[in-house]
Design a protein around this ligand. Structure first.
Ligand SMILES: *Cc1c(COP(=O)(O)O)cnc(C)c1O
Length: 402
């Protein structure tokens, strides 16, 4: 008997808010042999990725700069390019991801000012405006904002941040983390006055982890050009080169690029509006199921306002005495569903269901059924009818014609 063969049959469902399920077409593209660095086909793949990301971000002019790094790497790129040592950044509070981004800025020597984050609530643009008005000498160089904070699954209105900056008549740049939202909900880089957008491969872009990017407009490039913070790998000015090897500060992540070219193609083939509608429909089904479970007092949705709930991820708080690690371990080992735990202050107090990227109705119903079964096995009181609620929501928003 071959000891390396798996001991379970069937597929595993990956429902974390990153990494996410990778489509077969993307995996196949990533299994191709690498190109030699002078092969014009490699240049074409890079250009297709740059153009595709620009279209998805809705920007005509911003430069896409890609890194062989996870999202934290792209955060650091924005920090060291824009902020001199001691330079001030205003971080709009949304939750664990705004907080850890602020800490990353401080770790690089910048001075981070935070607006208050309320658990499960979107960022408050009036606090951003007040902080900018208080900065009379315009020392704040940038406002950092997270579109979807993956710790609670809250989505903020980015356009309102730009309006707050403009009302305060402040020159600060607007830098937005779209890691968990790009490809799952609309983003309008140019129309919303976003100067830098930051994304990563392993969420709604349907790739494995390991690649990230920044899209940078001219205003931000000029700030970076004048900023003297020492940097090599992340340096945007050096990356502005037609030569692939310079553009990537070394060998490009060729397999990821070949996969990204295909995943962006899949998103365009389905159509942006259809992709966003699919995410919204599936998210509503998840919310309906969790609302039903919550009627019995042991669980709750961390984002109370339905309008602020993300289309990407749902975070579920658990009553004291219930161990989320038990939930995600049983879900994985007994029902073959990959879930995520709580992050930062919510560790040990929540679990999270990812529903972004390569996801459809069958997958989310499988996931919700597996979670329902897990909760029953662990004697968490959830009552009956969650699955029926999810199905009712899916069918309500489903066209019977195909
Ligand atoms: C996942 C995530 C990150 C961090 O990405 P890594 O690839 O894990 O470094 C940053 N911001 C948001 C909103 C995320 O969801």
């Amino acid at each position: 008997m071959n000891p390396n063969l798996p001991t379970t049959a069937g597929i595993k469902l990956l429902h974390t808010p990153g990494p996410t399920h990778v489509p077969d077409l993307v995996r196949n593209a990533m299994s191709a042999q690498p190109f030699d660095l002078n092969d014009p086909r490699l240049g074409a793949v890079v250009e297709n990725c740059e153009r595709g990301l620009q279209r998805l971000l809705n920007t005509a002019h911003a430069d896409v700069i890609m890194y062989t790094a996870n999202g934290h790497g792209a955060w650091e790129a924005a920090i060291v390019n824009l902020l001199p040592p001691g330079g001030k950044v205003l971080v709009a509070g949304t939750g664990h991801f705004s907080e850890t981004w602020a800490q990353a800025a401080e770790g690089c020597g910048a001075h981070a000012i935070r607006t208050e984050a309320r658990v499960g609530a979107p960022l408050d643009p009036s606090l951003v405006e007040a902080a900018l008005r208080a900065d009379k000498s315009h020392e704040i160089i940038a406002v950092f904002a997270v579109q979807t904070d993956t710790s609670t699954g809250v989505t903020s209105d980015i356009q309102k941040v730009r309006q707050a900056i403009d009302r305060a008549q402040h020159p600060a740049l607007l830098v937005v983390d779209v890691v968990a939202s790009l490809g799952a909900t609309p983003f309008q880089m140019d129309a919303w006055g976003v100067n830098v957008a930051i994304g990563a491969s392993q969420k709604a872009l349907m790739l494995p982890p390991g690649m990230s990017f920044t899209a940078v407009d001219e205003k931000a490039l000029n700030v970076a050009h004048d900023n003297r913070t020492p940097r090599v790998y992340w340096d945007w000015t050096a990356r502005k080169s037609p030569i692939g090897y310079r553009k990537f500060c070394g060998t490009p992540p060729e397999s990821h690029l070949m996969g990204l070219e295909v995943s962006l193609g899949l998103i365009e083939r389905e159509g942006y509006d259809a992709v966003f509608a699919r995410h919204a429909r599936i998210a509503r089904a998840v919310h309906a199921a969790v609302e039903r479970w919550s009627e019995h007092g042991a669980l709750w949705l961390m984002v109370k306002d339905p309008a602020a709930r993300s289309t990407s991820i749902t975070a579920i708080g658990v009553r004291e005495g219930i161990d989320p690690a038990e939930i995600y371990t049983v879900a994985r080992e007994r029902f073959h569903i990959g879930l995520a735990g709580g992050l930062g202050p919510h560790a040990g107090k929540a679990f999270r269901i990812g529903h972004l990227g390569d996801i459809n109705e069958a997958m989310i119903l499988g996931c919700l059924s597996g979670v329902d079964a897990t909760l029953r096995l662990l004697n968490v009181p959830i009552g009956d009818g969650a699955l029926e609620s999810a199905i009712a929501v899916l069918n309500k928003h489903m066209s019977p014609v195909w």
